[in-house]
Design a protein around this ligand. Structure first.
Ligand SMILES: Cc1cc2nc3c(=O)[nH]c(=O)nc-3n(C[C@H](O)[C@H](O)[C@H](O)COP(=O)(O)OP(=O)(O)OC[C@H]3O[C@@H](n4cnc5c(N)ncnc54)[C@H](O)[C@@H]3O)c2cc1C
Length: 462
């Protein structure tokens, strides 16, 4: 049902006439996110500029029984910000102010629409570091990162977004503004409510402001590439490095197809004739970095690396990391439709999982390029296909199902960082079991009794 003129006027009064979109052609860019094959036109898009604007929009939407889909930059890969039919999209991209960097307390306070990379750049100006670096960091917002609990290339050593969130300001489903967490390093007062909202994918509340923990910027860094003729050797190198009690900041994997596409796209000198490439990075005190780099190179060679190369300088190291961040975009150039998986297994099961993915692609005759945060056990098998080819799409879905089922058999998870959204909800109960799945639904019902916040995401029906 279209949103009535009276309600549209109400939103205009809150955000101003230039802060709202209602024309069909203006709504198209807000009808999808980064997930293939999912789109739905919203009823309107509003651009609040303050927490008070968000709270007033929520109050009006709830009064009008209008579903609310919060959106950052729309780079999500599980359909999280794909609108419900006729819904209100609350796009926070214009809430983009860094409010404070506090070097004394090692914190940064920002509005939810700030782009992730801008957070680290602001920290760097004070010799500080915001480590979570999703591949999308030049576009994604910190609010989206919190809502998805995003990871990144440095997750192995530094953890994910959750590890850096000290406090959140959240607009609840009835328009109340809640402050969760605090600026104290230690705080055990009551339930850890901020943790409930981190990773809740816009289904429990709208994050409007974040207080983030920063750490000192590492003094040195060494980036290396190890090249393999067998994918399994790369996977075993990862397990062996961890078993040797080395925690590098990055252990990223690219298979032959991904390395080829990235090289075509970025021209950074990635080899295209080997079965697997490991991008390894260690950072910290210069002496520790030198020692770890030497040991990692030795372990890679012990596991049949054909060659281990070091980046010559910072510029080359940055180019290699940036090229890896472009893996998804590089693969996406090959075919009209790109479906990116996000399965994660215990690291000890990595070799078995990568072999299974390759065998599954062959079994169902589909094209798959695999890359991922191998140090975290997080793999992104990426299907290159064409959604207009119904027969191939059927085989892609069969292959996807086989990969997710195998992941669960190996004690893994259906999503390591992209969230459940629309794309993964069919498997959620199977992973969680009945009791914890129902517990989540009870929490959702308690916090959003009208089921107006991002309805249909994570769960089917409430
Ligand atoms: C090329 C590419 C590389 C990527 N690499 C990574 C990676 O390495 N690691 C990783 O984890 N992800 C990665 N992603 C996925 C995606 O970038 C992340 O999930 C990111 O956090 C989404 O941020 P966004 O601002 O685009 O959010 P959106 O896509 O707009 O929204 C994502 C979800 O968060 C909710 N949401 C957004 N803002 C808020 C808010 N303020 N309050 C409440 N809910 C909100 C939305 O409703 C939706 O459910 C990648 C995506 C692309 C396209």
């Amino acid at each position: 049902m279209p949103i009535s003129d009276a309600v549209i006027s109400g939103f205009s009064a809150i955000v101003g006439p230039t802060g709202i979109l209602t024309q069909a052609e203006d709504l198209v860019p807000y009808s999808f996110d980064g997930t293939a094959g999912l789109r739905q036109r919203p009823g309107a898009v509003v651009f609040p500029r303050s927490t008070a604007d968000v709270a007033r929009c929520v109050e009006l939407a709830v009064k009008s029984s209008l579903p609310i889909v919060t959106r950052g930059s729309g780079t999500g890969l599980s359909g999280g910000s794909v609108p419900a039919a006729g819904s209100l999209v609350l796009c926070l991209a214009q809430m983009d102010k860094i409010l404070e960097v506090d070097p004394g307390n090692l914190t940064l306070r920002a509005q939810a629409g700030v782009v992730t990379q801008a957070i680290d750049e602001a920290a760097a100006r004070h010799g500080l570091f915001y480590p979570p670096d999703p591949g999308s960091m030049r576009i994604s917002t910190i609010g989206g990162n919190v809502a998805e609990n995003s990871g990144g290339l440095r997750g192995l050593k530094y953890g994910v977004t959750r590890d850096y969130v000290m406090a959140l300001e959240v607009v609840l489903a009835d328009g109340r503004i809640a402050r969760l967490g605090s600026q104290c390093v230690k705080d055990v007062a009551g339930y850890s409510m901020k943790d409930l909202f981190i990773g809740s994918e816009g289904t429990l509340g709208i994050v409007t402001e974040v207080l983030l923990k920063l750490v000192p910027r590492p003094l040195a860094r060494r980036t290396m590439l190890a090249l393999y003729d067998r994918i399994e050797d790369a996977a075993e190198t990862v397990s062996a490095i961890i078993a040797a009690r080395i925690i590098p900041c990055t252990l990223e994997f690219l298979d032959r197809m991904t390395a080829g596409c990235v090289e075509d796209f970025a021209h950074v000198g990635l080899p295209t004739d080997c079965a697997a490439v490991l991008l390894m990075e260690t950072d910290g005190h210069p002496a520790a970095v030198a020692d770890e780099a030497e040991r990692m190179a030795a372990i890679a060679r012990e596991h049949q690396a054909r060659d281990v190369r070091s980046a010559r300088d910072d510029a080359e190291a940055l180019a290699l990391a940036a090229a890896r961040r472009n893996a998804f975009s590089a693969l996406a150039r090959r075919k009209p439709t790109t479906i990116l998986e996000d399965v994660t297994v215990p690291r000890s099961a990595l070799a078995e999982m990568v072999a299974f993915i390759a065998a599954t692609a062959e079994r169902f005759a589909v094209q798959v390029g695999t890359f991922g945060h191998m140090g975290d056990g997080n793999l992104h098998p990426t299907f290159l296909t064409d959604e207009r080819d119904k027969h191939e799409m059927h085989r892609v879905h069969q292959a996807l199902d086989a990969i997710v089922t195998k992941t669960l058999e190996l004690g893994g998870t259906i999503t390591g960082e992209h969230g459940v959204g629309l794309a993964k909800k069919v498997w959620l109960r199977q992973q969680m079991g009945d009791a914890s799945y129902e517990l989540m639904r009870e929490i959702k019902r308690a916090l959003d009794p009208g089921s107006l916040l991002n309805p249909g995401k994570i769960f089917d029906h409430m």
